[in-house]
Design a protein around this ligand. Structure first.
Ligand code: HEM
Ligand code: HEM
Length: 181
């Protein structure tokens, strides 16, 4: 039963809502799940289970989930509405972030983020998650995780190649820009 897994009402600290919030809104380094594509969410749960993403809490959580649970949880969170109340928190340069998102920077071989993540950053289909309205700390940590090997799961190392070309300040700027959307 999905509501037993999601809801923190029974005081289970491993319930999704105890970290991701009652509306799937997330906070800080815990991502918003609300409105992400179902297929994307389900894939991430499998990726934690298979060790393609390393995070102690999430790896513990997925160890007790079946394939059916993962599919149902993807469907559940994809239907919730994204709150869209995130704020930049990393002191990034919002204009630089906007440029990376809309145009990329060919001087450092980085394509426009929105060429894959949707023309306004709200995602495309089941494979490309929205970056708009995501918490800046979470977005920043993901880019860092591709660089430090904790995240190893994007097709043909696409995101790792991009993250390797971004400076720390570019990662902050693009993460902060996404949180303004
Ligand atoms: C990340 C789902 C429970 C903390 C994620 C992601 C998903 C997810 C899909 C990746 C999101 C993305 O790629 O945008 C769930 C579900 C849960 C659950 C369905 C319940 C069955 C928890 C709990 C905690 C937690 C209980 C805290 C103890 C986190 C953190 C991350 C994360 C910190 C980011 C990890 C990283 O940087 O890779 N979760 N979660 N989650 N979750 Fe959960
Ligand atoms: C995932 C950032 C450009 C394809 C992600 C995630 C972030 C991100 C933070 C993880 C989201 C989450 O965990 O919820 C960026 C930034 C970009 C950029 C800042 C520009 C500088 C691109 C481009 C492509 C792409 C150009 C396609 C050619 C993908 C794919 C995923 C992804 C397929 C999902 C990977 C998975 O299944 O885990 N991106 N991205 N991204 N990105 Fe990008």
């Amino acid at each position: 039963n999905i509501s037993d897994i999601v809801s923190a009402d029974r005081g289970d600290s491993w319930a999704c809502a105890s970290c991701h919030g009652g509306q799937g809104q997330g906070a800080g380094s815990v991502p918003r799940l609300a409105g992400l594509p179902a297929g994307y969410i389900t894939k991430q749960l499998h990726d934690y289970a298979d060790g393609r993403r390393l995070n102690d809490n999430m790896q513990h959580v997925v160890s007790s989930l079946s394939d059916e649970d993962m599919a149902a949880l993807g469907a559940y969170y994809s239907r919730l509405e994204a709150p869209g109340d995130t704020q930049p928190q990393l002191g990034g340069n919002i204009e630089r972030g906007r440029t990376l998102a809309l145009e990329g920077d060919w001087a450092i071989d980085v394509p426009a983020c929105f060429s894959c993540h949707g023309s306004s950053g709200w995602g495309v289909g089941q494979s490309f998650p929205s970056l708009a309205g995501q918490h800046s700390s979470y977005t920043y940590i993901q880019l860092a995780n591709w660089n430090n090997g904790k995240r190893n799961n994007s097709p043909i190392q696409l995101m790792r190649d991009i993250a390797q070309k971004l400076s720390d300040s570019d990662m902050r700027s693009v993460a902060d820009f996404m949180a303004t959307l």
